[in-house]
Design a binder for this molecule. Structure first.
Ligand SMILES: [Zn+2]
Length: 329
Protein backbone atom coordinates (compact mmCIF):
# COMPACT_ATOMS: atom_id res chain seq x y z
CA UNK A 1 0.00 0.00 0.00
CA UNK A 2 2.79 2.41 0.96
CA UNK A 3 4.32 1.94 -2.50
CA UNK A 4 1.21 3.14 -4.28
CA UNK A 5 0.83 6.02 -1.87
CA UNK A 6 4.42 7.07 -2.50
CA UNK A 7 3.43 7.84 -6.08
CA UNK A 8 0.39 9.86 -5.15
CA UNK A 9 0.49 13.59 -5.80
CA UNK A 10 -1.61 14.38 -2.71
CA UNK A 11 0.92 12.62 -0.48
CA UNK A 12 3.84 14.51 -2.06
CA UNK A 13 1.92 17.75 -1.56
CA UNK A 14 1.27 16.91 2.10
CA UNK A 15 4.96 16.13 2.68
CA UNK A 16 5.84 19.44 1.06
CA UNK A 17 3.29 21.33 3.19
CA UNK A 18 4.84 19.76 6.29
CA UNK A 19 8.19 21.17 5.22
CA UNK A 20 9.71 17.76 4.44
CA UNK A 21 12.43 17.37 1.83
CA UNK A 22 11.13 15.95 -1.42
CA UNK A 23 11.74 12.22 -1.68
CA UNK A 24 10.67 9.14 -3.61
CA UNK A 25 9.25 7.78 -0.34
CA UNK A 26 7.17 10.54 1.24
CA UNK A 27 5.17 8.01 3.30
CA UNK A 28 8.28 7.01 5.28
CA UNK A 29 9.13 10.66 5.81
CA UNK A 30 5.66 11.52 7.03
CA UNK A 31 5.74 8.56 9.45
CA UNK A 32 9.13 9.74 10.77
CA UNK A 33 7.75 13.28 11.06
CA UNK A 34 4.76 12.08 13.11
CA UNK A 35 6.95 9.93 15.40
CA UNK A 36 9.17 12.96 15.99
CA UNK A 37 6.18 15.14 16.78
CA UNK A 38 4.79 12.61 19.24
CA UNK A 39 8.24 12.47 20.92
CA UNK A 40 8.25 16.24 21.21
CA UNK A 41 4.71 16.37 22.56
CA UNK A 42 5.45 13.69 25.17
CA UNK A 43 8.82 15.25 26.07
CA UNK A 44 7.46 16.70 29.32
CA UNK A 45 5.24 13.72 30.16
CA UNK A 46 6.52 12.11 33.33
CA UNK A 47 4.08 9.24 33.93
CA UNK A 48 4.33 5.62 32.77
CA UNK A 49 4.43 5.59 28.96
CA UNK A 50 1.40 3.39 28.31
CA UNK A 51 -1.25 4.15 25.70
CA UNK A 52 -3.89 4.67 28.42
CA UNK A 53 -1.74 7.53 29.74
CA UNK A 54 -0.26 8.82 26.51
CA UNK A 55 -3.48 9.09 24.47
CA UNK A 56 -5.21 11.51 26.90
CA UNK A 57 -1.96 13.48 27.16
CA UNK A 58 -1.80 13.90 23.37
CA UNK A 59 -5.51 14.67 23.27
CA UNK A 60 -4.76 17.71 25.47
CA UNK A 61 -1.60 18.69 23.61
CA UNK A 62 -3.37 18.61 20.24
CA UNK A 63 -6.37 20.45 21.66
CA UNK A 64 -9.06 17.88 20.97
CA UNK A 65 -11.56 15.93 23.04
CA UNK A 66 -12.36 12.27 22.34
CA UNK A 67 -16.07 11.47 22.37
CA UNK A 68 -16.63 7.72 22.28
CA UNK A 69 -20.03 6.85 20.82
CA UNK A 70 -21.41 3.48 21.91
CA UNK A 71 -25.02 3.65 20.67
CA UNK A 72 -27.26 5.33 18.09
CA UNK A 73 -28.96 7.23 20.92
CA UNK A 74 -25.63 8.57 22.18
CA UNK A 75 -24.78 9.71 18.64
CA UNK A 76 -28.12 11.49 18.27
CA UNK A 77 -27.58 13.22 21.65
CA UNK A 78 -24.10 14.35 20.67
CA UNK A 79 -25.34 15.73 17.35
CA UNK A 80 -28.19 17.60 19.00
CA UNK A 81 -25.90 18.95 21.75
CA UNK A 82 -23.47 20.48 19.27
CA UNK A 83 -26.09 21.61 16.75
CA UNK A 84 -27.78 23.57 19.55
CA UNK A 85 -24.47 25.31 20.00
CA UNK A 86 -24.50 26.26 16.30
CA UNK A 87 -21.84 23.68 15.47
CA UNK A 88 -23.60 22.55 12.31
CA UNK A 89 -20.71 20.39 11.10
CA UNK A 90 -22.03 17.72 13.48
CA UNK A 91 -25.38 17.46 11.68
CA UNK A 92 -24.25 14.88 9.12
CA UNK A 93 -22.21 12.65 11.47
CA UNK A 94 -24.59 9.75 11.35
CA UNK A 95 -24.48 9.55 7.53
CA UNK A 96 -20.71 9.91 7.56
CA UNK A 97 -20.33 6.94 9.89
CA UNK A 98 -22.35 4.78 7.51
CA UNK A 99 -19.40 4.43 5.15
CA UNK A 100 -15.92 3.28 6.07
CA UNK A 101 -15.36 6.28 8.39
CA UNK A 102 -14.88 5.23 12.02
CA UNK A 103 -13.86 8.56 13.50
CA UNK A 104 -14.18 12.24 12.62
CA UNK A 105 -12.42 15.27 14.01
CA UNK A 106 -14.28 18.55 13.80
CA UNK A 107 -13.16 22.04 14.64
CA UNK A 108 -15.46 23.93 17.00
CA UNK A 109 -16.41 27.29 15.55
CA UNK A 110 -17.84 28.63 18.81
CA UNK A 111 -15.75 27.03 21.56
CA UNK A 112 -15.93 28.13 25.16
CA UNK A 113 -12.70 29.74 26.33
CA UNK A 114 -11.73 26.66 28.34
CA UNK A 115 -12.60 24.18 25.60
CA UNK A 116 -10.25 22.34 23.24
CA UNK A 117 -10.47 23.57 19.65
CA UNK A 118 -11.51 20.19 18.21
CA UNK A 119 -13.81 17.29 18.98
CA UNK A 120 -12.78 13.80 17.82
CA UNK A 121 -15.83 11.59 17.62
CA UNK A 122 -14.91 7.91 17.86
CA UNK A 123 -17.54 5.49 16.57
CA UNK A 124 -17.50 2.57 19.03
CA UNK A 125 -20.83 1.05 18.02
CA UNK A 126 -20.84 -2.70 17.45
CA UNK A 127 -17.62 -4.19 16.17
CA UNK A 128 -16.08 -0.74 15.72
CA UNK A 129 -15.46 -0.77 19.45
CA UNK A 130 -12.58 -3.16 18.77
CA UNK A 131 -10.97 -0.53 16.56
CA UNK A 132 -11.33 2.45 18.88
CA UNK A 133 -7.70 2.50 19.92
CA UNK A 134 -6.59 2.63 16.28
CA UNK A 135 -9.33 5.18 15.50
CA UNK A 136 -8.05 7.48 18.25
CA UNK A 137 -4.55 7.35 16.81
CA UNK A 138 -6.07 7.95 13.38
CA UNK A 139 -7.80 11.12 14.56
CA UNK A 140 -4.70 12.36 16.39
CA UNK A 141 -2.72 11.76 13.19
CA UNK A 142 -5.05 14.07 11.29
CA UNK A 143 -4.14 16.76 13.82
CA UNK A 144 -0.42 15.93 13.66
CA UNK A 145 -0.40 16.51 9.90
CA UNK A 146 -2.86 19.37 9.95
CA UNK A 147 -1.23 22.18 8.06
CA UNK A 148 -4.26 24.35 7.46
CA UNK A 149 -8.00 24.29 7.72
CA UNK A 150 -8.36 23.46 4.02
CA UNK A 151 -7.10 19.99 4.74
CA UNK A 152 -9.84 19.32 7.31
CA UNK A 153 -12.50 20.55 4.93
CA UNK A 154 -11.11 18.52 2.07
CA UNK A 155 -11.31 15.42 4.20
CA UNK A 156 -14.96 15.94 4.92
CA UNK A 157 -16.00 16.59 1.38
CA UNK A 158 -14.60 13.46 -0.20
CA UNK A 159 -17.33 11.27 -1.59
CA UNK A 160 -18.34 8.70 1.01
CA UNK A 161 -19.33 6.17 -1.60
CA UNK A 162 -15.81 6.24 -3.01
CA UNK A 163 -12.93 4.20 -1.80
CA UNK A 164 -10.82 5.86 0.94
CA UNK A 165 -8.83 8.83 -0.32
CA UNK A 166 -5.04 8.70 -0.52
CA UNK A 167 -4.77 10.92 2.51
CA UNK A 168 -7.09 8.71 4.55
CA UNK A 169 -4.97 5.68 3.63
CA UNK A 170 -1.83 7.55 4.61
CA UNK A 171 -3.33 8.62 7.94
CA UNK A 172 -4.30 4.99 8.50
CA UNK A 173 -0.76 3.78 7.98
CA UNK A 174 0.69 6.46 10.24
CA UNK A 175 -1.91 5.54 12.88
CA UNK A 176 -0.91 1.87 12.53
CA UNK A 177 2.67 2.86 13.19
CA UNK A 178 1.85 5.11 16.14
CA UNK A 179 -0.50 2.53 17.71
CA UNK A 180 2.64 0.55 18.39
CA UNK A 181 4.88 3.51 19.05
CA UNK A 182 8.37 2.00 19.26
CA UNK A 183 9.28 4.08 22.32
CA UNK A 184 6.47 2.34 24.18
CA UNK A 185 7.04 -1.15 22.79
CA UNK A 186 10.83 -1.50 22.76
CA UNK A 187 11.23 -1.60 26.56
CA UNK A 188 8.90 -4.64 26.62
CA UNK A 189 10.88 -6.63 24.02
CA UNK A 190 13.01 -9.41 25.37
CA UNK A 191 14.78 -12.34 23.65
CA UNK A 192 13.36 -14.33 20.73
CA UNK A 193 10.03 -13.37 19.23
CA UNK A 194 7.00 -15.60 19.77
CA UNK A 195 3.22 -15.30 19.52
CA UNK A 196 3.04 -15.52 23.34
CA UNK A 197 5.38 -12.55 23.78
CA UNK A 198 3.45 -10.54 21.18
CA UNK A 199 0.24 -11.33 23.02
CA UNK A 200 1.74 -10.24 26.37
CA UNK A 201 2.78 -6.92 24.83
CA UNK A 202 -0.61 -6.46 23.16
CA UNK A 203 -2.48 -7.02 26.42
CA UNK A 204 -0.22 -4.58 28.28
CA UNK A 205 0.13 -1.95 25.60
CA UNK A 206 -2.97 -1.92 23.51
CA UNK A 207 -5.62 -4.42 24.58
CA UNK A 208 -8.09 -3.21 21.98
CA UNK A 209 -5.71 -3.70 19.06
CA UNK A 210 -6.45 -6.88 17.11
CA UNK A 211 -4.14 -9.88 17.42
CA UNK A 212 -3.31 -9.59 13.73
CA UNK A 213 -2.36 -5.91 13.73
CA UNK A 214 -0.34 -6.51 16.93
CA UNK A 215 1.56 -9.40 15.36
CA UNK A 216 2.34 -7.33 12.25
CA UNK A 217 3.37 -4.18 14.06
CA UNK A 218 5.26 -5.71 16.99
CA UNK A 219 7.21 -8.09 14.73
CA UNK A 220 8.20 -5.04 12.66
CA UNK A 221 9.74 -3.39 15.72
CA UNK A 222 11.50 -6.57 16.96
CA UNK A 223 15.29 -6.09 16.78
CA UNK A 224 16.02 -9.54 15.22
CA UNK A 225 15.06 -10.72 11.70
CA UNK A 226 11.44 -11.78 11.45
CA UNK A 227 8.83 -12.24 8.74
CA UNK A 228 5.17 -12.43 9.76
CA UNK A 229 2.85 -14.10 7.28
CA UNK A 230 -0.72 -15.16 6.91
CA UNK A 231 -1.64 -18.21 4.85
CA UNK A 232 -5.08 -19.06 3.56
CA UNK A 233 -6.49 -20.89 0.54
CA UNK A 234 -6.56 -18.61 -2.45
CA UNK A 235 -7.00 -19.42 -6.11
CA UNK A 236 -4.66 -17.93 -8.66
CA UNK A 237 -6.31 -15.15 -10.64
CA UNK A 238 -5.85 -17.14 -13.83
CA UNK A 239 -7.20 -20.38 -12.32
CA UNK A 240 -10.28 -21.89 -13.99
CA UNK A 241 -13.55 -21.47 -12.06
CA UNK A 242 -14.26 -24.21 -9.57
CA UNK A 243 -10.63 -25.34 -9.16
CA UNK A 244 -9.47 -26.03 -5.60
CA UNK A 245 -7.53 -23.02 -4.27
CA UNK A 246 -4.00 -23.62 -2.94
CA UNK A 247 -2.89 -22.57 0.53
CA UNK A 248 -0.82 -19.43 -0.08
CA UNK A 249 1.05 -16.82 1.91
CA UNK A 250 -1.47 -14.11 1.14
CA UNK A 251 0.01 -11.42 3.41
CA UNK A 252 3.62 -10.86 4.35
CA UNK A 253 5.28 -8.30 6.62
CA UNK A 254 9.02 -8.42 7.10
CA UNK A 255 10.95 -6.24 9.51
CA UNK A 256 13.90 -4.03 8.63
CA UNK A 257 16.48 -6.43 10.11
CA UNK A 258 15.03 -9.29 8.06
CA UNK A 259 15.56 -7.23 4.90
CA UNK A 260 19.11 -6.41 5.96
CA UNK A 261 19.90 -10.09 6.65
CA UNK A 262 18.32 -11.20 3.38
CA UNK A 263 15.44 -13.09 5.01
CA UNK A 264 12.76 -12.50 2.39
CA UNK A 265 9.56 -14.24 1.49
CA UNK A 266 7.24 -13.53 -1.41
CA UNK A 267 3.50 -12.92 -1.22
CA UNK A 268 1.20 -15.41 -2.96
CA UNK A 269 3.72 -18.28 -2.95
CA UNK A 270 2.11 -21.64 -2.26
CA UNK A 271 2.80 -23.02 1.21
CA UNK A 272 4.99 -26.17 0.86
CA UNK A 273 3.04 -29.30 1.95
CA UNK A 274 5.86 -30.35 4.33
CA UNK A 275 5.74 -27.03 6.17
CA UNK A 276 4.18 -26.84 9.64
CA UNK A 277 2.00 -24.02 8.26
CA UNK A 278 0.38 -26.47 5.84
CA UNK A 279 -0.04 -29.16 8.51
CA UNK A 280 -1.47 -26.71 11.02
CA UNK A 281 -4.04 -25.48 8.50
CA UNK A 282 -5.21 -28.88 7.23
CA UNK A 283 -4.94 -30.82 10.49
CA UNK A 284 -6.27 -27.93 12.53
CA UNK A 285 -3.72 -27.91 15.35
CA UNK A 286 -3.58 -24.63 17.22
CA UNK A 287 0.11 -23.86 17.40
CA UNK A 288 3.63 -25.21 17.30
CA UNK A 289 6.99 -24.69 15.69
CA UNK A 290 9.43 -26.43 13.35
CA UNK A 291 12.83 -25.96 11.77
CA UNK A 292 12.47 -25.89 7.99
CA UNK A 293 14.27 -24.75 4.86
CA UNK A 294 13.35 -21.59 3.03
CA UNK A 295 14.15 -23.44 -0.24
CA UNK A 296 10.95 -25.51 0.18
CA UNK A 297 9.08 -22.43 -0.97
CA UNK A 298 8.70 -22.56 -4.73
CA UNK A 299 6.70 -20.47 -7.19
CA UNK A 300 4.73 -22.20 -9.96
CA UNK A 301 7.35 -20.95 -12.44
CA UNK A 302 10.03 -22.86 -10.52
CA UNK A 303 11.66 -19.95 -8.67
CA UNK A 304 12.82 -21.09 -5.24
CA UNK A 305 13.68 -19.04 -2.20
CA UNK A 306 17.23 -19.12 -0.83
CA UNK A 307 18.35 -22.27 0.99
CA UNK A 308 18.39 -21.10 4.60
CA UNK A 309 17.37 -22.79 7.81
CA UNK A 310 14.35 -21.10 9.30
CA UNK A 311 12.34 -21.46 12.47
CA UNK A 312 8.62 -21.36 11.76
CA UNK A 313 6.15 -20.73 14.59
CA UNK A 314 2.48 -21.07 13.74
CA UNK A 315 -0.83 -19.95 15.17
CA UNK A 316 -4.04 -21.34 13.73
CA UNK A 317 -6.68 -18.62 13.41
CA UNK A 318 -9.39 -20.90 11.99
CA UNK A 319 -9.79 -19.41 8.52
CA UNK A 320 -6.07 -18.83 8.20
CA UNK A 321 -2.74 -19.72 9.78
CA UNK A 322 -0.32 -17.02 10.85
CA UNK A 323 3.39 -17.69 11.11
CA UNK A 324 6.50 -16.01 12.46
CA UNK A 325 9.53 -16.94 10.39
CA UNK A 326 12.96 -16.31 11.89
CA UNK A 327 16.49 -17.49 11.10
CA UNK A 328 17.23 -20.81 12.76
CA UNK A 329 20.99 -20.57 12.94
ZN1 LIG B 1 -9.57 10.01 8.74
Amino acid sequence: MANNLNNHIIIHKLAQDLGLKSSAEPVERIIAYCRKKVRELTGDFDGEMTPENVLPWLEGKLSTKFCEIHSDTALAQLVSHYCKRREHGFATLSEEFQGSTEGITLRLWHPELWEPRFVSVIDCRGRRRLRRYHTKWHELTHLLVLTDQMRMEFRRTHDLTQEKSAEEKLVDSVAGDLSFFPDLVVPLIDGDISFEKIEDIRVRMCPDASQTSSAINISKIWPSPCVWLEAKPQAKKSAPKGSVPDLRAVKIAENRVAREKGLRMIANFRVPPNSIIFRSFYRGFAGGEAIESLAWWEASCGTRLQDRLIRVQVKNMGESVQALVTLAA
